[in-house]
Design a protein around this ligand. Sequence first.
Ligand code: ZN
Length: 254
Amino acid sequence: METGQPRALLEPPPPPPPRALNCNGYAPEKQPPPLPPPALKSRCAQGSRGAQPLDSWKEERTRSEEDNELHLPSLAAAYTTILRALGEDPERQGLLKTPWRAATAMQFFTKGYQETITDVLNDAIFDEDHDEMVIVKDIDTFSLCEHHLVPFVGKVHIGYLPNKRVLGLSKLARIVEIYSRRLQVQERLTKQIAVAITEALQPAGVGVVIEATHMCMVMRGVQKMNSKTVTSTMLGVFREDPKTREEFLTLIRS
Ligand SMILES: [Zn+2]
């Protein structure tokens, strides 16, 4: 009889346990963090245009404060693993609290996942007949490159041409904050900000320019201290009308 258990003979040995996941001694969480999207082929600041679907500002928040609390122990344990793997002794005095500090800091650096653009826009959109370009420039941004988990920092310049609706000025900086406090590539960050403003205000056009320094370029690899990466997204008349675009670019340079 071959129908009994013929497969048992062919069955491969059980796969080794996933070391990376369970070697820290912590039981898996009931709700594992959401899986990352497939890795981009591009490197930092050279993202593949259009390869990644744009997150709409109407998206749900992917993390809550309860999630932070729930995941803090496993995040800290992961940092302990990192310290050990780096050849450090996580038990030495200076490092005793480091995994917890690092875990808390990382949750802060990525707190944009806890917020949505909708939260920010509540009560901040005003009907206004203003039809001149609105520009807010030099908005500081601190983000984490999603390829190396190291910071990139810089300035964001935003301009839009209203179409009967304007946004409270401080809200532009809040939009920048929400998207930059996530794992990012600079191109996507630029586009997300422009798309959020477009969807919220339906203006005649939007321009977003980001100039940033990537620590993954400065501290490793090419080590170009002063290199800056500039990205821009132009939508509506900013894209279609060279004069409008020029006006915007001139104003943010002045
Ligand atoms: Zn990087």
